[in-house]
Design a protein around this ligand. Structure first.
Ligand SMILES: [Zn+2]
Length: 263
């Protein structure tokens, strides 16, 4: 009898189907009191980076739109991209803190069945402030949705192009020094009969190859600037997971999808 009454203990979670709400304004999303999925239209206002040990004491540095006017593209990229888990978006090279500055450490991956993090370069979690005439709310954006926001360009692609450009410009400076010495002897890289030297041919071939390669870093900077241009952008359609147990600043609304409305 005792056995019959005892409840079976489950060691797995049953995925509950979440309610779906289509909201006509941001204030309606903000007033949702249950955990659900919600879709709504809003304009992008600002990207805000939560506290890290590196950005402590520099509150202004955490507003990306302001920094775009100062053309700090390299520093913005270094702040937005870090080593972390591709699945759950947890950063590995710094301590993650919540909005109150408390350190949070995640040893296990919440989004992997093996509980192991999958490390690579990722977009660090950030808050995307969206608004309409009724209200402004922050959406938590993790790596996978940041990729959607940045035209499916991965953090790995942005960083690799940025790094290669730095290496090439540094090599270019070094080879310029070498060429200038060479030029004195052979008229700017050409041999005595006027044909280009092997070194000159290789340099030209490299330039052609560089021209053919897509520069994801520059495209990403342009997309970032366009995304944060208030004046001429139409509202975007967002889908979020609403977690009623969290405050807005700690990820109550997590972005899970974004589409551009057809004009
Ligand atoms: Zn993970």
């Amino acid at each position: 009898m005792v056995l019959q009454k005892r409840q079976l203990v489950k060691n797995w979670k049953v995925n509950k189907e979440m309610k779906y709400q289509e909201c006509i304004s941001v204030s309606l999303v903000s007033s949702l009191t249950i955990s659900c999925k919600a879709t709504f239209s809003a304009s992008v206002g600002e990207i805000f980076l939560p506290l890290t040990s590196e950005s402590d004491g520099e509150k202004d540095q955490r507003f990306i739109r302001r920094r775009l006017y100062m053309m700090e593209y390299d520093k913005i990229m270094e702040d937005l991209i870090c080593t972390g888990c591709k699945l759950c978006g947890f950063p590995m090279n710094m301590e993650e803190r919540n909005v109150f500055g408390q350190i949070r450490v995640s040893l296990y991956c919440q989004k992997s069945s093996s509980r192991l993090h999958t490390l690579c370069l990722i977009y660090r979690k950030f808050m995307l402030y969206v608004w309409d005439e009724s209200e402004c709310i922050p959406l938590l954006v993790t790596n996978n949705c940041a990729e959607i926001l940045f035209g499916n360009i991965t953090a790995e692609q942005v960083y690799t192009c940025y790094r290669d450009e730095k290496i090439q410009s540094s090599n270019g400076r070094n080879s310029d020094d070498g060429t200038s010495t060479h030029a004195k002897a052979s008229k700017g890289g050409e041999s005595s009969d006027g044909t280009p030297s092997d070194q000159e041919v290789n340099q030209r071939l490299n330039n052609i190859k560089q021209g053919e390669r897509t520069d994801f870093y520059k495209i990403w900077v342009i997309l970032l600037k366009m995304l944060l241009r208030h004046e001429s952008n139409s509202p975007l359609k967002f889908t979020v997971n609403v977690n009623s147990e969290l405050s807005q600043e700690n990820g109550r609304f997590e972005l899970i999808g974004m589409t551009m409305p057809c004009v």
